[in-house]
Design a protein around this ligand. Structure first.
Ligand code: NAD
Length: 487
């Protein structure tokens, strides 16, 4: 690793080479509050060089067979798996997440993303129809689009970046990726493996820097015809605006305000531990996290009592301690933002039952300046309060009571977002009925975060445009053509 004054210094990866940048941004270790890394502050010039490298690499890469590309992707998956522990340590230090989460979720999934698309690219079929009376057959053919611009957030850094790189290159595109400026280290580490995996120079280029400079330069580049973005709804609006003059193809995976609906016939022995995970896993910094829990009145008191008692058992502290459940939030500013939501709810008359402002945070000496917060449960919140309407993206969840199915569907749908929902009931008819009526791209019933990557992933309303998954990503990252043959 490049070191300067004991700091880790990252470099852009362009055309198969690490290239230093003229200016850098400080990157913090969220669990100590110390600057430990310098991230390139790239702009137009670096993006220009990366797009050129990607354009130059496109003819050769796009002409390889799916099988050749598949073998390279599998090799890359092997290399990431081989270095899993080093990647997990780096992700935990850079992001603040627990080492356990990085080891069991982030890095295994990053490797699996390559393995999954290495396989799925071999199994697509195109369409064919016959018009016998006209003596014609029609068929579709698909080809890669060109240079893909990929922009990813800080919550699941390598996991979400590889979820974009893998399908893009499996389909024969070349890419310029820009990870979040707050979590760039594992992307930089992965660049070191590309050559060994057999990825030709220029197929994957990574430009580090801020959204305003590097991100926007990528979005506005005329030679980048498609942008795959995961991040906030606000940034997506800006990207849509900026890319509009170029008529770019956009995939937008955005925020959520996800409800869990718990009917009185739910199996609470399954529901409570899963709803704790869906609320607080990764410090609540997952777009799919539950932040509004609707509990049917008959079991409301019991649920709340048991849920709060269990939430209090979640251990918050040093992310590298394997017994810790809640690590640090991403930044000082984000911690402040999340805390302010809790304060605002209190000022509006809601009750904070555990966590922020109620229980004491007990941190080891080395973590006193880290950005920590206890899992926080809020009750008696009004549906129109900001805690129930806005994405908080931290370890905060609201619990409210409901009476009828009709009422809860209306309330669950009463936000601008529509990403994920969870329904708990032992009545099969009811879970189907409710799932069908929820305005949500994903509905989990009696479980959470069980994913089949073959199926569409994405949100409705302000949670996004487009879907990702085996077929959906293939369609997004390829251009389709209909060809007619008359015989
Ligand atoms: P963000 O929108 O601030 O940043 C995301 C990325 O966009 C970063 O790389 C950032 O540098 C870049 N960016 C910022 N401004 C830009 C601009 N003007 N032009 C181009 N790029 C720009 O989001 P974040 O705070 O990093 O991530 C948290 C958000 O991501 C939450 O809203 C969360 O729900 C969402 N998210 C969604 C999903 C999903 O799959 N739907 C998954 C994870 C996170």
């Amino acid at each position: 690793m490049a070191q300067s004054k004991a700091l880790l210094v990252l470099e852009n990866f362009i055309g198969g080479k690490f290239i230093p940048c003229s200016s850098y941004i400080d990157s913090y270790n969220p669990s100590t509050g110390d600057v430990y890394c310098k991230v390139p502050d790239s702009g137009k010039e670096e993006v220009e060089a990366a797009v050129k490298a990607a354009k130059d690499a496109f003819p050769l890469w796009s002409s390889k067979s799916p099988l050749e590309r598949s073998q390279i992707l599998n090799k890359l998956a092997d290399l990431i798996e081989h270095d899993l522990e080093a990647f997990a340590q780096a992700e935990s230090k850079d992001q603040g997440k627990t080492i356990t989460f990085a080891r069991t979720v982030d890095i295994p999934r990053a490797a699996y993303n390559f393995r999954f698309f290495a396989s799925s690219i071999l199994h697509h079929v195109t369409e064919c129809t016959e018009m016998a009376t006209m003596g014609c057959v029609h068929y579709t053919s698909r080809s890669p689009v060109g240079v893909a611009g990929l922009i990813s957030p800080w919550n699941l850094p390598l996991y979400l970046l590889t979820w974009k790189i893998a399908p893009a290159i499996a389909c024969g595109n070349t890419v310029v990726a820009k990870p979040s400026e707050m979590t760039s280290v594992t992307a930089w580490m992965m660049c070191k493996l590309l050559e060994k995996a057999g990825v030709p120079h220029g197929v994957v280029n990574i430009v580090f820097g801020t959204g305003a400079k590097a991100g926007e330069a990528l979005v506005c580049h005329p030679d980048v015809p498609l942008i795959s973005f995961t991040g906030s709804t606000l940034t997506a609006q800006r990207i849509t605006e900026k890319s509009a003059p170029h008529c770019k193809r956009l995939s937008l995976e955005l925020g959520g305000k996800n409800p869990a609906i718990i009917f009185d016939d739910a199996d609470l022995s399954q529901c409570i531990p899963t709803t704790l995970r869906s609320s607080f896993a990764n410090q609540g910094e997952i777009c799919l996290c539950t932040s509004r829990i609707f509990v049917q009145r008959g079991i409301y008191s019991e649920f709340l009592k048991r849920f709060v008692a269990e939430a209090k058992k979640w251990k918050t502290g040093n992310p590298s301690d394997p017994t810790v459940d809640v690590g640090a939030l991403i930044s000082k500013e984000h911690l402040e933002k999340v805390r302010n939501y809790v304060k605002k709810a209190q000022a509006e008359g809601a009750r904070v039952l555990c966590g922020e402002g109620v229980d004491a945070l007990d941190l080891p000496p080395g973590n006193q300046k880290g950005y920590f917060m206890l899992p926080t449960v809020i009750a008696e919140v009004k549906d129109d309060s900001s805690c129930m309407q806005e994405e908080i993206f931290g370890p905060v969840t609201c619990v409210v009571a409901f009476d009828t199915e009709e009422e809860v569907i209306k309330r669950a749908n009463g936000v601008k977002y529509g990403l994920a929902a969870t329904v708990w009931s032992s009545n099969v008819g009811r879970v189907h009925r409710v799932a069908h009526r929820l305005q949500s791209g994903l509905v989990w019933t009696n479980c959470w975060l069980v994913r089949d990557l073959n199926l569409p992933f994405g949100g409705m309303k302000a949670s996004g445009i487009g879907r990702e998954g085996a077929k959906d990503s293939y369609e997004f990252f390829t251009e389709v053509k209909t060809i007619t043959i008359k015989h």
